[in-house]
Design a protein around this ligand. Sequence first.
Ligand code: ATP
Ligand code: MG
Ligand code: MG
Ligand code: MG
Length: 462
Amino acid sequence: MTLSTADIRRKFIEYFGRQGHQAVSSSSLVPADDPTLLFTNAGMNQFKDVFLGTEKRSYTRAVSSQRCVRAGGKHNDLENVGYTARHHTFFEMLGNFSFGDYFKQEAIKFAWEFLTEELKLPKEKLLVTVYSEDDEAFDIWENQIGVPKEKIIRIATSDNFWSMGDTGPCGPCSEIFYDHGEHIWGGPPGSPEEDGDRFIEIWNLVFMQFNKQADGTMESLPKPSIDTGMGLERISAIMQHVHSNYEIDLFVNLINAAAEIVGTDDLENKSLRVIADHIRSCAFLVCDGVMPSNEGRGYVLRRIIRRAVRHGYKLGANDIFFYKLVAALTKEMGEAYPELADQKPVIEKVLRVEEEQFSKTLSRGMNILNEALSDLEGDTIPGELVFKLYDTYGFPVDLTNDVAREHDYKIDEEGFEAAMQAQRQRAQEASQFGADYNSTLKVEQQTAFTGYTENEGDANVV
Ligand code: ATP
Ligand code: MG
Ligand code: MG
Ligand code: MG
């Protein structure tokens, strides 16, 4: 019997529960009291103060399945979506944590036991990395776990050395990879082909061992800690004998729902994957209180929604569609995240209104872009045009970039920045006058949505 995503999530929590870990619910995607962090991007975020020692909990071992978004800030996987088999904007991170309790040896043992005994993964398909100087971890993998030497790879880069910030807790990591087989392009970690999708990183074990001082010296922590993270979708892909995360139960259902809603039967289309990915981040962000806007978190949300809408348009959607996927998503994830089911009507409304607004200018903007692309000499889209699409048609740069990339074009980012700067300057000059007519002029007229069909002839260019 194949395990569903929900089964795997439950098995993980149960396994670590049996090892004395307190099950802790996922925290919000909007980090509590941490203005330095755009969105929650790892299971450890909600435990930051516990690791720092400024907050005490009644337990020293915890386990969670944390909702994460990596679409901006330090970790940004937005541009990877649709291009790799393993990256999402929204994903769930399974993690076990030790706050000054167990350390390297147990952390490695638990991870190995969970993968090879609970999930019964074949050992020969796994390989591990350690930080180049971490002989202790190498020794545990080799002599206590029995992983052959040639499958333990020393990595010298920051990929295998984690730190919370410029100062504070930090330490080496050890990552576990799964080999999906020779038929897929890619090489083992540390090799030139490691960015391929053959060897997929599934679990990162962080050994918080030092406290980095402002002068760069490393003090040993009196009570070292453990922070781990495993992508639920990645381990589900392995357990369901598929290669791409987008082929797991949850995504297949979302992709089918999206195909039906936009009216396509081209199930392999990359745009369906993008939409299925984006509905998760957008719905959960709204669920956690983020509203589309022109700055900060709200702007990131707006960018993701607009990107999803553009992909729907590309597939031939001829009506507002994105919000309709909230029902399918709630069916998939509402049990694990009851807040999603509770907030469903709000989420639908926010997504619908945002799409309605954008749809008014989307097809006109797309026509302008397509025309420019067909006349383009060279491979770079001028910054002025990127700016016009942004300013007049609400195309965030990464959306234009997404279209450009599909056609192997680049965008002139410098030129765009210059145009932005010039506009800021004009706005500043204008603000010296009392009345701001610009803002009055910019209020959009209420027009009924007429569908994406008005320029259908050009849609195939996108
Ligand atoms: P990668 O190198 O594949 O980008 P990472 O090293 O950035 O992954 P970590 O920061 O170590 O990832 O996060 C811990 C785990 O979370 C990863 O081992 C992976 O299983 C999962 N993960 C990270 N980013 C994503 C993502 N964008 N989508 C899905 N799962 C992810
Ligand atoms: Mg990454
Ligand atoms: Mg990595
Ligand atoms: Mg990693």
